[in-house]
Design a protein around this ligand. Structure first.
Ligand SMILES: Cc1ncc(COP(=O)(O)O)c(C=O)c1O
Length: 457
């Protein structure tokens, strides 16, 4: 066991230490190589060294450097190493945490993590939730819980409301939860990419008049494209007055509630009935770590509890939790440890400081972008994402900006991705990784300036 871990460890340390100098993305030709890997079930083993060589020399380098400081694309994660150690412990001891009785103390640690998340978003006594593999499954778990709480089996006239900037995971989850796709209302956004609450209210009224049964609305606590935060207080009020379930997508944004600026931007989020958060985004944990919290924990038990003779007895009170009773899963990994260990080891303060730094870096980058002639900031950061484009008279704006982004990324120090908002292709900088600091943002701005100069013509 020591040798297995030590051999892997040597490579892991070398890999992590080289993250800053690795290219931000290295996937040219990788699909062809991936095709060559297709093979039948191995009948014989392969030496461990050979496997490690393959992983660290061939497979891992041919990726987006998603854990590196230059990854400013999509929504970065990071993956703090302490969480990997927690995973090693969890997998090695392999305790069963789907049910309380087989590992009461370990289940309690995970339940504590959920409680801490409730605290972060401002939920009080009676709230609860669970960890999931990500935001998509958290959305699905929430929508099914809401459906089973409010609606009967017939959902054919039930309608759901979200913004045109809402992450598609919400709509996908709604369809998977059994709602007709045609019953999902995508409401337009304002100039800051926040859903128009007045238009949503109008649509709800119209739907009621047309015989529909308005059921749920979703607000974004940080959209993926531009980081826009909907007016959650107004959405909460609308949901209350219309008796709708208020769901908030905080997969990217909700952990910014740890900062004063985040709490200001997300005022009203505590009015939500359900909130998703992704620790694998803004808590810097490894991919595969999402969370759902609900204001009234009893809705989860009502939605997901099934009697099973073959299992140990479930806990009776609200205090002790059997995760299988409040979620779709029975057997599952002990994902709680990868959240609990780093939080217990460091406390929340370093996480808060990291998030403050990301907000500062996004503001700094925006101020620098404003100084570049021809750059138009399309989306000022509401959290840690800024959207911009280059304007050059006579040039096709979308082609110009796709070209600009390719030139920035070709320098390999940062990786940026774009989004189409309001019909325009916009380049985004999304600062989230715990490894991204001012030095990398300066490189990012240098590369943007150089790429802009190369295109001035
Ligand atoms: C705002 C938002 N919501 C939901 C999701 C879906 O989450 P996940 O990828 O963890 O399933 C994402 C990101 O991927 C997101 O950015």
């Amino acid at each position: 066991m020591h040798q297995l871990v030590n051999d892997a460890m040597r490579r892991i340390v070398a890999h992590i230490e080289s993250l800053p100098s690795q290219p931000a993305s290295n996937v040219d030709g990788a699909a062809e190589i991936a095709r060559t890997l297709i093979e039948p079930l191995p009948q014989a083993g392969t030496p461990y060294d050979q496997i490690l060589d393959f992983l660290f020399d061939d497979a891992i380098p041919r990726s987006f450097n998603a854990a590196g400081p230059g990854y400013l694309a999509y929504i970065p994660g990071g993956g703090i190493f302490h969480a990997a150690v927690a995973d090693l412990i969890a997998d090695a001891v392999n305790r069963y945490v789907g049910v309380f009785a087989p590992a009461p103390l370990l289940v309690q640690l995970e339940a504590n993590v959920v409680r801490w998340f409730c605290e972060i978003v401002g939920f009080g006594a009676g709230s609860g939730g669970l960890l999931t593999s990500g935001g998509s499954l958290a959305n699905l778990t929430a929508i099914i819980a809401a459906r089973r709480t409010i609606l009967g089996d017939d959902v054919s006239r039930a309608t759901l409301y979200c913004g045109d900037q809402t992450h598609h995971a919400f709509q996908k989850a709604a369809v998977l939860a059994g709602f007709p796709a045609a019953n999902i209302r995508e409401i337009p956004s304002d100039a800051m990419f926040r859903v128009r609450v007045d238009r949503m209210a109008e649509r709800i009224t119209r739907d009621r008049a047309d015989g529909f049964n308005p059921f749920m609305l979703c607000g974004s606590a940080g959209t993926t494209a531009t980081g826009a935060v909907d007016d959650l207080a107004a959405l909460g009020q609308l949901a209350r007055s219309e008796s709708l379930w208020f769901h908030a997508d905080g997969a990217y944004g909700a952990f910014f509630m740890l900062t004063a600026r985040g709490r200001q931007a997300m005022r009203g989020i505590d009015q939500a009935d359900s909130i998703i958060l992704d620790p694998h985004k803004t808590l810097f944990l490894p991919f595969g770590t999402g969370a759902l919290v609900v204001r009234d924990a009893s809705v989860l038990r009502r939605a997901y509890s099934f009697h099973a003779e073959i299992l140990p007895q479930f806990q009776e009170g609200a205090e002790l939790i059997d995760f299988c009773e409040i979620s779709p899963e029975l057997s599952r990994d002990f994902r709680g440890l990868r959240v609990w260990l780093p939080l217990k080891l460091f406390g929340i303060e370093p996480f808060r400081q990291q998030l403050e730094e990301k907000l500062d870096l996004a503001s700094w980058a925006t101020a620098e972008l404003h100084k570049i002639e021809g750059i138009e900031v399309i989306a000022e950061p509401q959290l840690s994402i800024v959207g911009f484009r280059f304007v050059k008279p006579g040039a096709d704006p979308d082609a110009l900006n796709r070209n600009l982004m390719a030139r920035i990324n070709a320098r390999q120090r940062v990786m940026l991705t774009g989004a189409v908002v309001d019909g325009k292709f916009v380049i985004r900088i999304c600062v989230v990784s715990h490894r991204t600091h001012r030095d990398r943002m300066e490189m990012c701005l240098e590369d943007i300036r150089a790429a802009v100069e190369s295109l001035r013509g």
